[in-house]
Design a protein around this ligand. Structure first.
Ligand code: FES
Length: 362
């Protein structure tokens, strides 16, 4: 990186003032910014001052811009010394700025600088003919076509020392030159031409909606493949592991009735009467839900214990015992039954329930 210092006093002009045309232009630039923000116009004004002064910024131009914007001169000098687009020393008719940042350096910028040093001398100095001067600068934003140089306001890219030398010869001689890449490269495309996005259907509109069509076709293919493989696997399974046929599947099973008259007649038994069937059904219902030992005979209805006997409710009394009458309202309930009162008959094997024990007094 070159030193950013003002030119020696011997090279500095005694004064600087914008031409009336540039002064009017500067007023227009300043008017773009709100009151109190005029300093925002510092770069356009410095650039115009450099152009007016033949391509470089003298100290007096920096002070004139500071006065125009109401800024301290040191603040304007800070801006001018920060950006390499501002030349602080006199430059040749063609000012060559060589990018020396890593991408360009890796691609041959050092060879370019060596060549310029040999041809023009140290950077920051104008050659004896006043045609060229050069300076190393930081990245100029054309890294994809490194190495490159900026000459005045144009970029020249994909350079070699030979190509740069020829370019300088052409410029010095006033011959037309090609701006941009100096090899067979269009703009910043890959060397040898583009190698991506080369399908012409990208640009003729035929791809509109094509993705949907492709998607639907691929879904169809996938569905067909899935059903094919499913059928194949079913066939394979049937061949390797056949299932036995089930003729009765889904049909009612027909069985012969053992008490049908024809069956009983064939067995030498009398046909079953309707009354016998009803009695058998009653017995079946009354014994349903009772747990009986396997193989035991069903009990007759009269031998069965009445329902609710376990709970001691009225319904547990035998049928021939009248139930106790409820106590009428207002009448005292007898605390003890009369000695000669006839107690209700309890079922056989049942004893009278004992009254609850009275708590002992302490
Ligand atoms: S590194 Fe040279 S232009 Fe970016």
């Amino acid at each position: 990186m070159a030193n950013r210092r003002l030119a020696p006093a011997a090279e500095q002009p005694e004064s600087f003032a914008f031409t009336p045309e540039n002064a009017a232009w500067a007023k227009g630039q300043i008017a773009k910014y709100p009151e109190g923000r005029q300093a925002s116009a510092v770069i356009p004004l410095l650039w115009r001052a450099q152009e007016q002064n033949g391509g470089w910024l003298p100290q007096k131009a920096i002070e004139a811009v500071a006065a125009e914007l109401g800024m301290p001169a040191i603040r304007v000098l800070e801006v001018a010394t920060f950006y390499t687009m501002f030349a602080l020393e006199p430059v040749g008719r063609y000012w060559i700025q060589v990018c020396g940042t890593v991408p360009c350096d890796s691609c041959g910028a050092r060879e370019l600088k060596d060549m310029l040093h040999q041809r023009l001398g140290p950077s920051g100095h104008v050659d004896p003919t006043g045609t060229f001067s050069w300076l190393e600068v930081e990245c100029l934003g054309a890294c994809c076509n490194a190495p490159m140089v900026q000459i005045n306001q144009d970029y020249y890219e994909d350079l070699t020392p030979e190509l740069l030398g020829k370019l300088m010869d052409d410029l010095a001689a006033g011959r037309p030159v090609k701006v941009g890449s100096q090899i067979d490269r269009n703009a910043s495309e890959p060397l040898g031409g583009p190698n991506t996005l080369t399908d012409p259907t990208l640009y003729d509109g035929s791809r509109v909606g094509a993705w949907r069509k492709r998607f639907e076709e691929s879904r169809k293919d996938e569905g067909a493949q899935a059903s094919k493989s499913e059928a194949a696997s079913s066939e394979q399974q049937a061949a390797t592991n056949p299932k036995p046929a089930r003729p009765d599947a889904g049909r009612a099973v027909e069985t012969t009735s053992s008490d049908a008259p024809a069956q009983r007649a064939a067995a030498g038994e009398a046909p079953v009467k309707g009354g016998d069937r009803a009695e058998a059904a009653d017995q079946e219902h009354s014994t349903a839900g009772k747990s009986e030992a396997p193989g035991s005979q069903p009990k007759a209805i009269k031998d069965l214990e009445p329902a609710g006997a376990e709970a001691g409710s009225q319904s547990s009394l035998p049928r021939d015992v009248p139930p106790p009458q409820p106590v009428a309202s207002g009448e005292e309930e007898p605390s003890e039954p009369a000695p000669n009162a006839e107690s209700p008959k309890l079922p056989k094997g049942r004893s009278k329930p004992k009254p609850p024990a009275k708590p002992e007094r302490t």
